[in-house]
Design a protein around this ligand. Structure first.
Ligand SMILES: [Zn+2]
Length: 97
């Protein structure tokens, strides 16, 4: 792994954490900004995003999703369905957490 990739991965980890912290603090706009930056870095370096980050960010509006706060989570047919307040929802296989 090149040093550049290692640095990018570390930045992704840190930005993802910042997004979560901002969302928890109720700063939705700042959380979205972090989410976008995280995605941009991952794209630029063709890195995959941490799974929890992928699950708990909205692909439509870039919100960092906190179940019970700005997202609803339910299960159906062996899938987890996460619905963002913007109305967008994503389905994941139940076991693939
Ligand atoms: Zn959304």
């Amino acid at each position: 792994m090149s040093e550049e990739v290692a640095i990018a991965e570390e930045r992704i980890e840190r930005l993802a954490e910042s997004a979560r912290t901002a969302a928890r603090a109720g700063d939705a706009d700042r959380a979205k900004a972090y989410v976008r930056r995280t995605r941009r870095i991952a794209e630029r370096h063709r890195l995959s995003l941490p799974k929890p980050f992928e699950r708990f960010t909205c692909n439509a509006c870039d919100a960092y999703l906190l179940p019970g706060h700005n997202a609803r989570v339910r299960t159906s047919d062996g899938h987890v369905v996460i619905t963002c307040d913007c109305g967008s929802h994503a389905r994941y296989p139940y076991d693939d957490q």
